[in-house]
Design a protein. Sequence first.
Length: 472
Amino acid sequence: MYKVFIVDDEELVIKSLKATVDWKYYGFEVIGYALSGEEAFEIIMDCKPDVIFTDIRMPGISGLELIKKVKDTGLSTKFLVVSGIAEFALAQKAIHYGVFGYCLKPFDDLEIVNYLKKIKKELDSQSQFVDEEILDLIESSNSEDIVKLKQEFTKAAVLRDKTSRAVVFLTVGREKLKIESTIPVISLHIGYRKYIYIINEGDKHLLLRDIPMIHEGLKGIGQSEPFTEIQELRNAIAEAEINAYQYFITGNPKDAVVKLNNLMDKKAPKLMLTTPIDVPQLNTEINSLILLFKRGQWNIRHALILYNDVISFLSQINQEMNDMYLYSFDQLVDLFEYAEDMLEHIKGLLMEEQISVISEVYATRNRTFLSILSYINDNFSEDISLQHIAREFSLNANYISQLFKKELGKTFTEHLSGLRMERAGILLRTTLIPINEVAEHVGYKDYFYFSRLFKKTIGISPSRYRSEQFNQ
């Protein structure tokens, strides 16, 4: 919700304006009012509304003087001037001060709704730009960008002075937290169904107070340790993300915010793997791990390491297994519902390698491979993996991996990434879709992972690539 503040020396006018439209329906919330310019200025500086309706004639500080005074502070609030009579000279002066519109009393609800729609469109566009700018600043290690990011945090009242501390909350799920507009917080969409909320430590109880039991649309909420330095932000986000995915480890979505930072330095579990596989020993170890994961003894980082350790072991036997590495938590939770499912899958992979089950018929190889390529070309924007393809075509994942090496001379992962980067480049060159949505359009649910991969492939960040393309 965007914040609206009303200034008028007549309380009846304020009540009338508040009752004129359904503010929430149009994405706004009236957060307060003042009966004088002097009182209004103090409150405005404190709550920083997005929109201000102000009477043009008031005793003391007039509406025009208030506008000038607020504008001089650098606040980018949208002003709508209210007057009882059409005064051309004052209207011209108001336009000179950069007001958004001019409303006559008594209020016309259609006129005000029209203004609100236009303002919301502008604010949404500005918000999108600011979000992308902040995400780029977070990703950067440049000293100038760190200073800019600190300024954004100060402006948002997240880090208020040298001693104040901030906390990151990260949510996983389709729902975004509904936070009161009066709570100072930086909220950013960082990936598919992932949001971060950066808030001053002193205000976190306000956010926690409004978090109900995790419902159907929200799988997990993670919290970071408090931090004071901007350079600690990326670590705080990573910490909050790991905690948010604890539901994957235990198999139970939590009814509270997860903060398990004592697990961060703990080593990942390992399976005692030998060739040939000791099947009874493997069953015992897997069953033990399932129990310990359910008890929350490890976190999702440990689960990802364990999975990739097994793939590494299998790759020494069969190099085609290299395509089965996973590179993000998102890939892991998309492939498996819970850690228990991952462990059962690991057991299946090891048993499959033990008995060497690769029995596809060579004569159908080319036809099968063409079908696989066609499927990937049609679905590369989805979160597909080698395992998904194997299930789709009822084939062994190792066999498909071998096909890519033999037919294209590159791995499945390299082929998929190439298609995605090519499509991302087209979207960045030809549209103004937000970069985090470009990432989602080409199959990446995590903004930061997409940004790093794009830079590694193309040589520059997505935002710089778009800027250079549009400036040509």
